[in-house]
Design a protein. Structure first.
Length: 167
């Protein structure tokens, strides 16, 4: 491992923000959108200083968080080296506590490729009941795409992909 994930490196800050957070949390979120913003741009959680993770336009982070609150897709576009992966990692760490679930793609990867060409080997091995909908799971399936779009779709049962517990 080159570097520990954000939720490990900044565990104390995330724990303190979660403890001090008095604002409403969207379903499935680890902390409120205000606490996520504080985690990303810096500030204080009680007496603990929170180090800024993103140095740039705060409005961009506010828009990203607002988009995620509405459960819409978030696509970060920009030149290489402009902190897209860094920001998405920290957003995932703050929102659901696990930034390691990454959907890796390249500039040539289309949304259709991510949505419809998921792991057929798993479908063949486990069958369509391997998907969350078929097993009654209703937990959020936050995935952190890196270079593509957020989320995916299972054609076997028309639910999010990958199923809970398999990624």
């Amino acid at each position: 491992m080159l570097r520990a994930p954000a939720e490990v490196l900044y565990a104390e800050e995330l724990e303190q923000l979660t403890k001090e957070d008095k604002h409403p949390r969207p379903p499935g979120w680890r902390m409120s959108p205000r606490a996520v913003l504080t985690y990303i741009i810096g500030g204080k959680a009680g007496a603990m200083p929170i180090t800024p993770k993103y140095i740039g336009h705060n409005r961009l982070v506010e828009i990203a968080i607002s988009t995620l609150v509405t459960d819409r897709s978030l696509l970060l576009i920009g030149e290489p080296g402009t902190a897209k992966s860094w920001l998405s990692e920290h957003l995932a760490a703050a929102v659901n506590g696990d930034s390691t679930k990454v959907v890796q793609s390249t500039a040539g990867t289309t949304e259709e490729h991510i949505r419809y060409t998921w792991n057929y080997a798993l479908l063949i091995a486990r069958g369509p009941r391997s998907c969350g909908q078929s097993t009654g799971a209703s937990e959020p399936r936050g995935r952190r795409p890196d270079g593509g779009t957020r989320g995916s779709w299972c054609p076997a049962c028309r639910t999010g992909w990958p199923p809970a517990g398999t990624a």
